[in-house]
Design a protein around this ligand. Structure first.
Ligand SMILES: Nc1ncnc2c1ncn2[C@@H]1O[C@H](COP(=O)(O)OP(=O)(O)OP(=O)(O)O)[C@@H](O)[C@H]1O
Ligand SMILES: [Mg+2]
Length: 237
């Protein structure tokens, strides 16, 4: 008979990885006295469920031994003040990039809940999407019918999270280029994650896009690195 651990191993997490929670990292639902008010729950609901309970203290042990967490908090606050346009989280797979963005959305809701009007506008207008969703949306939209609604929303939304830039898609990457480029032109903020190095991003999206997400003064790059205890490093193949 198969045990629960074997079943988890068989199912995986869609990326061929084991989904058993790490012993030092166990996201839990919000407690009843959570500091985020009920009116922001609909914003948190846009965060994929796997990352919805993430809060900055919870992910602190997971990314860059806490350094990236402090940098990400400062970057989000700068984004809210309008001093930054793009926050880019980089790092290899499982470094905790998406977990950290989940926690940043919760922080944004906390700021909004505490009365920060601009945080409120960004939180209410948040769209969480990824390259695959954008490319599928455009591919399945009828030619001659204008732009796919999701792509339009990704251009116009007050705040966009674009998770996993450079993920393999069936279509091209034109829609992603358009979203990043047009948002930048209109000075609309963007938070994105990518596991790809510059050498992969530049041929795919062009120098101009790379500059906007990683080089400009209006962009901040946060490096995430998995904070594994030494004994675990180099363990499983
Ligand atoms: N809800 C959760 N329960 C248990 N473990 C989790 C949960 N969310 C994330 N993790 C674990 O935390 C680590 C970081 O995951 P995360 O998806 O944030 O990384 P990532 O840098 O976005 O990776 P990728 O580039 O593959 O998308 C992984 O080991 C992941 O399995
Ligand atoms: Mg991710």
């Amino acid at each position: 008979m198969r045990g629960a651990a074997d079943i988890v191993k068989m199912i995986g997490n869609g990326k061929g990885r084991d989904i058993r929670p790490r012993p030092d990292f166990a996201p839990r639902p919000l407690p009843p006295d959570a500091p985020i008010g009920d009116r922001w729950k609909s914003v948190l609901a846009r965060v994929p469920s796997r990352f919805r309970a993430h809060r900055l203290p919870l992910v602190a042990g997971l990314v860059a031994r806490g350094a990236a967490v402090a940098e990400a908090r400062a970057a989000l606050e700068a984004l809210v003040r309008g001093e930054l346009l793009v926050v880019t989280l980089v790092g290899r797979s499982e470094a905790g990039k998406t977990s950290l963005v989940g926690a940043l959305v919760a922080l944004l809701c906390e700021l909004a809940d505490a009365g920060d009007a601009r945080a409120g506008v960004l939180a209410r207008g948040l769209l969480w999407t990824d390259e695959l969703a954008l490319s599928r949306a455009r591919a399945s939209h009828k030619l001659g019918d204008g732009e796919a609604p999701l792509v339009e929303r990704a251009v116009a939304a007050p705040l966009v999270v674009l998770d996993d830039l450079g993920q393999p898609t069936a279509g091209g990457q034109d829609e992603v280029i358009e979203v990043i480029w047009r948002r930048h032109q209109e000075e609309r903020p963007l938070i994105l994650t990518t596991g790809q190095p510059r050498e992969k991003l530049t041929p795919r999206y062009g120098d101009g896009i790379y500059r906007r997400i990683a080089r400009d003064r209006s962009a901040r790059v946060i490096r995430c690195a998995e904070a594994k205890p030494k004994a675990e490093e180099g363990g499983a193949a």
